[in-house]
Design a protein around this ligand. Structure first.
Ligand SMILES: *[C@@H]1O[C@H](CO)[C@@H](O)[C@H](O)[C@H]1NC(C)=O
Ligand SMILES: *[C@@H]1O[C@H](CO)[C@@H](O)[C@H](O)[C@H]1NC(C)=O
Ligand SMILES: *[C@@H]1O[C@H](CO)[C@@H](O)[C@H](O)[C@H]1NC(C)=O
Ligand SMILES: *[C@@H]1O[C@H](CO)[C@@H](O)[C@H](O)[C@H]1NC(C)=O
Ligand SMILES: *[C@@H]1O[C@H](CO)[C@@H](O)[C@H](O)[C@H]1NC(C)=O
Length: 640
């Protein structure tokens, strides 16, 4: 209780002191200028102190990175305590700061930058919880993250003795991508859900987490808790805007859905899909896992026209992972953005060692101004090449925003930065770009190969978008009380039916709790499904904008389709990126996205135009195969 009040005490203390100062100094009632200045003076003082504390934290982070890079007996394990300590220091800083700033009447501040700074820093998500609640929320995130990584399910080939239980990541996912046996898909689907929800663990952890989020929302004065979940989007009913995008791409989604339904009936037999036309969730998981693998359950549009292999040439041309990094850096240099110096590569770029890498080797970008750094995964393949463009984009972002005032030296809303990165990831994977790197001989693929490529991208992107939306909506609807405790699971499936045409592979009830592993991953505000959604959708909007600006996408010109656009070397596109990055969070994200897109809303336009040839193909092919797009939309909740 005391801790709970603590934040309010700070607030009270400040309210009184500001009030007294204002009274003492400003007897002249006709003048409000002085009062404003006084609030500004206070806010500036508070922020100056906070900035100094933040710089100390950055210094520690910087030193850890440098020591790690020098390999002085440091590794990620023995760093854990100090990391924990810095995380704590950061949390304490933003927590106190929010309390100290929350008494400043934002509207009274004349300086807009300062106003925005105070606005952004005076409300928090999980960091706004008192210490014990915050620790509890972190524990819950850890537990739910364990649903992905803990070895909980008996291997399908050792069910009897269960000697080697396996985890979702990586073993089950690996298996799902490769098995051709429906029973194995269904087995893992059912057993993983059973394991995570043993004694209601998954459900109760989730509900408890939501409870804490509601507390954080109440500190922000948000009557509707999802306002805190969508804090940085600064929009009334942001959920609605996401939903509009889902409906916008729905015609394409439905054709893809119908095509895949036909494919899996061919692979697994007619009875695999229910009569209502839905896809079973277990098979959908497999399809998404298989997007880029050979020998999938679905056929690419032209099975005889396999994509030319890029791996052998890629190894010949790029030779080392460092060269991949340099090529990705060069992409941004060609746009007129910052040059990554030799000093950067020597001091601030570090290879992840084999023992750290694990199965899920992930590169990471660091920010401790004035420096930025990179730990990279030393794989040498196509996927890494593309992903590295996203990391380089983040490094560029960090460089451009580092001189902005504290709190505004970040992206204007979560997912904005990775959307900019996504555009370069998309461009770097095009045949035109691979040709530029001398990995492909031709700058465009044949029509058939090209369609195969766009199809595989579509499996990945088009199926994923509604899933991000559903996961986000389920969370938010529970949080706001629109979904009641008597119908969690049914409500989840209602969303799956409505927005994705996906059904459980067997009869389920409220004894079950069926969200997939990505749902749990996305409960962390720093890795939310909302962000993923933005990264894909806004990423395609940016890609379209940069492609138009560079002249590499010319609507109506078959030589320059959006799906083969490489805006490498375009100073026009680079200029847009630079202007957006330099603004950090000093403006609303809509003002910033408008610089590139000319639009102020999320839209499916980028996705639809990118996949236009696929849409045409699917419509014709579905007609030829005599399969209908769509499904029967509704289910009723039965609470047995
Ligand atoms: C109040 O401020 C106005 C404008 O600054 C000034 O003209 C006026 O003399 C002041 N009155 C008093 C009582 O100080
Ligand atoms: C908040 O105000 C308190 C009380 O003046 C002060 O001790 C603390 O350092 C301030 N913290 C921040 C981050 O502004
Ligand atoms: C407005 O506030 C920002 C951030 O606090 C500061 O850097 C800037 O100098 C201020 N501008 C003016 C005109 O005082
Ligand atoms: C490159 O494209 C041309 C024209 O489409 C085609 O004739 C040629 O075979 C292609 N070359 C390679 C190596 O694929
Ligand atoms: C669901 O229930 C409503 C009202 O009870 C009914 O009108 C509707 O037909 C039902 N839908 C299905 C798919 O069973």
């Amino acid at each position: 209780m005391w801790l709970l009040k603590c934040r309010h005490l700070f607030a009270l203390y400040f309210l009184i002191s500001v009030f007294l100062t204002v009274r003492g100094l400003k007897e002249n009632k006709t003048s409000t200028v002085g009062k404003t200045t006084d609030y500004e003076y206070h806010a500036t003082n508070i922020l100056d102190d906070a900035t100094k504390r933040m710089q100390k934290i950055w210094t520690v982070r910087h030193d850890i990175f440098v020591n790690l890079a020098k390999g002085r007996g440091y590794n990620l394990i023995n760093q854990a305590p100090i990391k924990h300590e810095i995380d704590n220091a950061y949390r304490n800083l933003v927590y106190e700061l929010a309390a100290n700033l929350s008494v400043i009447p934002v509207t009274q501040l004349k300086n807009h930058t300062l106003q925005r700074q105070v606005q952004r820093l005076s409300k928090l998500q999980l960091f706004g919880l008192r210490k014990t609640d915050y620790e509890e929320a972190k524990d819950m995130l850890r537990i739910m993250n364990g649903f992905l990584t803990a070895h909980m399910v008996c291997h399908v080939q050792h069910v009897k003795d269960c000697s080697k239980p396996v985890a979702m990541v990586p073993t089950i996912l690996h298996h799902l991508a490769r098995t051709k046996r429906l029973v194995e898909l269904d087995y893992y689907w059912r057993m993983w859900r059973k394991a995570v929800n043993e004694q209601d663990l998954a459900k109760s952890t989730f509900i408890n987490y939501v409870r804490l989020f509601r507390i954080a929302a109440s500190y922000n004065g948000h009557v509707t808790p999802s306002r805190t979940w969508y804090l940085y989007y600064d929009t009334e009913n942001f959920q609605r805007e996401l939903e509009d995008v889902v409906w916008e791409i729905m015609p394409l989604y439905q054709e893809m859905h119908a095509y895949l339904r036909h494919a899996i009936r061919t692979a697994y037999g007619q009875s695999v899909t229910p009569d209502d036309g839905c896809l079973p969730s277990s098979v959908l998981e497999q399809i998404i896992q298989q997007a880029w693998l050979p020998r999938t359950v679905f056929h690419v549009p032209y099975p005889k026209n396999q994509l030319p292999p890029v791996q052998p040439r890629l190894e010949e041309v790029l030779v080392t992972p460092v060269k991949i990094n340099k090529k990705a850096a060069e992409f941004f240099e060609s746009l007129g953005l910052n040059h990554m110096s030799d000093a950067f590569y020597e001091k601030y770029s570090r290879r992840i060692s084999a023992e750290e890498a694990g199965s899920d080797c992930k590169s990471e970008v660091y920010y401790f101004p004035p420096d930025v750094a990179l730990r990279y995964c030393p794989n040498l393949d196509y996927k890494k090449l593309m992903q590295m463009h996203g990391h380089m984009s983040e490094l560029q972002y960090n460089i451009y925003k580092k001189n902005l005032p504290f709190g505004l030296d970040r992206e204007p809303c979560p997912g904005f930065g990775s959307a900019i990165g996504e555009a370069s990831v998309i461009a770097s994977g095009t045949p035109r770009h691979l040709h530029r790197l001398h990995i492909l001989y031709n700058e465009s693929l044949s029509e058939e190969e090209s369609l195969n490529r766009v199809f595989r991208m579509g499996v990945h992107t088009i199926l994923a978008i509604p899933q991000y939306f559903i996961n986000d909506k389920f969370l938010v609807d529970v949080m706001d009380g629109r979904i009641g405790s008597h119908e969690y699971n049914c409500a989840y499936w209602r969303l799956q039916y409505k927005y994705a045409g996906v059904a459980p592979p067997e009869q389920r009830s409220e004894k079950n709790f069926d969200p997939d592993y990505k749902f749990y991953k996305g409960l962390n505000p720093e890795k939310s499904n909302t962000m993923k959604f933005l990264s894909e959708v806004l990423g395609h909007q940016f890609n379209r904008a940069f492609c138009l600006a560079s002249g590499q996408y010319r609507p109506g010109d078959a030589e320059y389709p959006l799906h083969n656009c490489d805006f490498y070397g375009s100073l026009n596109a680079g200029n847009m990126i630079k202007r957006m990055m330099e603004l950090g969070a000093t403006k609303h994200w809509r003002d910033i996205m408008e610089i590139a897109t000319g639009e102020r809303k999320l839209s499916g336009k980028g996705v639809m135009e990118y996949f236009a040839p696929l849409f045409t193909f699917l419509k014709e092919e579905n007609k030829r195969l005599n399969v209908d797009a769509g499904w029967d939309a509704d289910i009723n909740c039965s609470n047995d």
